[in-house]
Ligand binder design. Structure first.
Ligand code: GLY
Ligand code: MN
Ligand code: MN
Length: 430
């Protein structure tokens, strides 16, 4: 990673966005596009607001997810204008106007009050953003045709974005290494979260999403949201799904660890890891992501049979009769960018057998995707399986041994390249 070239890459990125967005504006029949940064609403009946992260298209241009009440105006044939809300406020730190080479491509202005830019000379204007922030804006709010064009402009990452996503993976890797160390040293979920934040030097509020840090059964709660401050008497397993946000771009990485002595769970981790690596190796332009998701289910069926957790059924039956979905209920992955679940992944609806899949399109060069197979022991999904006609095919003693370990997910971030893919995560984390 050549740190020295990042400013130049960012200038090229903004110039590319100007072309892409201007084309989207023109194609949708508008003369101008105003983009709102968004703003955190106050909690009801309170004078504190929710944690804020800016609106995707605004962050796509500026890389500044912390700016609120700010605006960007794009007009084909004109320099874009960025209005940054910089109030007088002795309660809070206020943002400085961005100063970097990319800002030379725009007119950057400070705004002392929360106001809406004057659009009277701009012709037919569309505005994109959180509807709560668009009150009083004289423009068409969130027109579908333009929104589609703007989201399409985020699918193929520029060299600058790829650089940012690689840095995001590299920094998160440091946190994952610290987390594994703290787990093996006997730390609680809370201790692990502190170790992760310390190693990444990023506050939880700045991270791309709430880090998922679950010990034992908590590893089987897909988006477990708490951190127990006490280590359970026996720490059997850790699942950590955590990223790092760099210039607006997030990594999304998961690792799962077994404590010494958890040999069966470790064997399952090893088996899933082998699947995950094979699926990563299959990532290439033209690959249909739904088909890749289905391939992963077949590989998981083979693993469950080989370990003896599922018996008396063919691999095909294990998939078609829905058993792999009990153990792996979520999708194989999604697009990644300034949003963790980045936009435009689902031009067609997910198929009925994969309702939670967030990416249903063939892979193309320049996309960045996650590959994140899992195996979980989720009581609400297991109980109907065990109680039904297929229950006799589940090895109960083996399941009982695995259940207290919660589950496994292994997640990397990959760039789709002309030659196949580039795994941004494995370069920094095994
Ligand atoms: N961290 C959420 C996900 O993996 O999609
Ligand atoms: Mn994740
Ligand atoms: Mn993910």
């Amino acid at each position: 990673m050549a740190e020295i070239s990042i400013e130049r890459l960012q200038v090229e990125h903004v110039a590319t966005l100007q072309q892409r967005y201007e084309q989207a504006v023109t194609q949708a029949g508008y003369d101008a596009l105003l983009i709102s940064s968004g703003a955190a609403p106050l909690r009801y009946g309170d004078d504190h607001s929710y944690v804020f992260q800016g609106y995707g298209p605004f962050v796509h241009w500026t890389g500044l997810p912390e700016l609120e009440h700010s605006w960007l105006l794009i007009r084909p044939g004109h320099r874009p204008v960025l209005w940054v809300y910089t109030p007088e406020d002795f309660w809070h730190a206020t943002p400085a106007l961005p100063q970097a080479p990319w800002t030379d491509l725009l007119d950057v202005q400070g705004m002392r009050s929360r106001s809406v830019p004057d659009l009277s000379d701009c012709g037919r204007v569309a505005v994109l953003g959180d509807p709560a922030c668009l009150v009083g804006v004289a423009a068409d709010p969130n027109p579908a045709a333009l929104l589609g064009g703007v989201e399409a402009a985020r699918v193929h990452k520029t060299p600058y974005e790829l650089h940012c996503l690689e840095v995001a993976s590299a920094r998160a890797a440091r946190g994952h290494q610290a987390a594994a160390h703290t787990f093996l040293a006997g730390g609680s979920e809370f201790d692990i979260s502190l170790a992760y934040q310390q190693a990444t030097a990023q506050r939880a509020a700045e991270a791309p999403y709430h880090s998922i840090i679950g010990l034992n059964e908590h590893a089987g709660i897909l988006h477990y949201q708490y951190y127990a401050s006490e280590r359970p008497p026996e720490g059997r397993s850790l699942l950590i799904d955590a990223g790092y946000r760099y210039r607006g771009y997030g990594s999304d990485i998961t690792r799962t660890y077994a404590a010494p002595g958890q040999d069966l769970f470790q064997a399952l981790i090893d088996g899933l890891e082998a699947i995950q690596r094979r699926v990563c190796a299959a990532v290439a332009p033209g690959v249909d992501f739904v088909a890749l998701h289905d391939t992963t289910h077949r590989a998981l069926a083979t693993l469950l049979r080989a370990l003896g957790l599922v018996t008396g059924l063919t691999e095909e039956a294990i998939v078609t009769r829905g058993i792999t979905r009990v153990f792996f209920p979520h999708g194989l992955g999604h697009l990644l960018g300034v949003q963790v679940h980045d936009v435009a992944g689902k031009p067609r609806k997910a198929p009925d057998h994969a309702p939670f899949l967030r990416l249903t399109r063939p892979l193309e060069t320049g996309m960045v995707v996650t590959i994140e197979p899992g195996v979980y022991f989720i009581p609400s999904l297991l109980e109907p399986l065990l109680a039904g006609a297929l229950g006799k095919h589940i090895n109960r003693p083996m399941l009982d041994e695995l259940r207290p370990c919660g589950g496994i997910r292994i997640e990397d971030n990959l760039v789709v390249t002309a030659a196949g893919s580039d795994n941004l995560t494995r370069r920094y984390l095994s």
